[in-house]
Design a protein. Structure first.
Length: 65
């Protein structure tokens, strides 16, 4: 989906080739659930990684770690 593809585009862009997905938006990519991976961006991936790190940090603080 969009999230996973965006995170991969942020950390290993050489592994993401959106041109391999169907260009026709009416044709859903096989094996994909969630949001459309054709809307993925590295910038969105970076924001997801940042939010995840903040949430994990907050949880570790709560636990006193």
């Amino acid at each position: 989906g969009r999230n996973e593809t965006s995170v991969l585009a942020a950390v290993a862009p050489e592994l993401v080739d959106l041109s391999q997905l169907p260009k026709d938006r009416d044709e859903w990519p096989q094996g994909v659930s969630g949001e459309d991976p054709r809307d993925a961006t590295a910038e969105f991936g970076e924001s997801l990684i940042e939010a995840t790190v903040e949430l994990i940090g907050a949880r570790l603080d709560e636990l006193g770690l």
